[in-house]
Write a protein that binds this ligand. Structure first.
Ligand code: OAD
Length: 247
């Protein structure tokens, strides 16, 4: 389904100097990576995050947590970037001052060619020590015995942000800094309910930025947004980039 792109938005995008894009799980949905909160298909409708995505869950049953993350890693490694990821990578080539902030841990933006992605919630393919925090890149599948840190022998865990944990401080403060300075802020494929990411568009609005939401459904953010584009990121983003810079 084609959606009507507002001419004013296309004009504003051509003239914009600083653009910030915030993405969520919906951006990867068309690559076959499940979202979290959608009623039938979202991960949190089938799995209890308290059993799988908290430090306490890991202390209680590291094997169960590892099995779940190994399954999600396999989904991510089989997935390919979709048309939405590719359009954002193209946008980065057109705007030297485009900042891409993602809540996704799947690395698909980077694989599509987007440089300098700010990962607010970590990266599922990276591993770190539960005890000393050292990052161990050469991950082995968690077979018996569970993977251990080469520095302190603590248990290794996926390098993602779990419930009850803080976001990486530098990434987060940088995300707020670029948001405060942008002319246009995009919120794409996110339910806009998880903090602190959900505050970013409000920070942009406070500073007078034009805001755009791309999502097939309305979210709690929609009433505040300048342009709500109702559709999937894989359909809307390529159209928007093409309308703005026809090839
Ligand atoms: P959610 O699952 O909460 O929301 C996904 C959003 O994407 C929904 O609003 C969908 O309507 C929308 N959507 C679905 N398909 C789409 C498509 N093809 N194109 C565009 N939008 C689409 O995911 P997030 O908002 O990313 O955190 O969730 C935020 C955080 O909550 C995640 O990073 C994760 C989760 O708990 C951690 O794991 C720390």
């Amino acid at each position: 389904m084609e959606i009507e792109l507002p001419g004013e938005l296309v004009k504003a995008l051509r003239l914009a100097r600083n653009v910030v894009v915030l993405t969520g799980a919906g951006t990867s949905a068309e690559s076959g990576v499940p979202t979290f909160r959608e009623a039938q298909t979202g991960l949190w409708s089938q799995y209890d995050p308290q059993q799988l995505a908290t430090p306490r869950a890991f202390q209680r049953d590291p094997r169960l947590v590892w099995e779940w993350y190994a399954w999600r890693r396999s989904l991510v490694s089989e997935a390919e970037p979709n048309a939405g990821h590719l359009a954002l990578a193209r946008l980065a080539g057109l705007f030297p001052n485009l900042d891409l902030i993602t809540q996704n841990v799947d690395g698909l933006h980077q694989r599509a060619g987007s440089p300098c992605v700010m990962e607010l919630h970590g990266n599922i393919m990276r591993t770190k020590c539960f005890d000393c925090g050292v990052i161990i890149d050469d991950y082995r599948d968690p077979k018996q015995p569970l993977p251990r840190c080469t520095v302190c022998h603590g248990l290794l865990r996926p390098d993602v942000v779990w419930f009850g944990e803080s976001l990486p401080y530098e990434v987060l403060s940088n995300a707020f800094a670029v948001t405060r300075a942008c002319d246009i802020f995009f919120s794409i494929g996110t339910s806009s309910v998880v903090q602190p990411a959900a505050s970013l568009p409000f920070e942009a609005l406070k500073r007078g930025a034009l805001t755009v939401e791309i999502n097939p459904v309305r979210t709690p953010l929609s009433p505040y947004i300048t342009y709500v584009l109702s559709g999937t990121s894989g359909a809307v983003l390529p159209d928007l980039v093409q309308a703005t810079w026809p090839t």
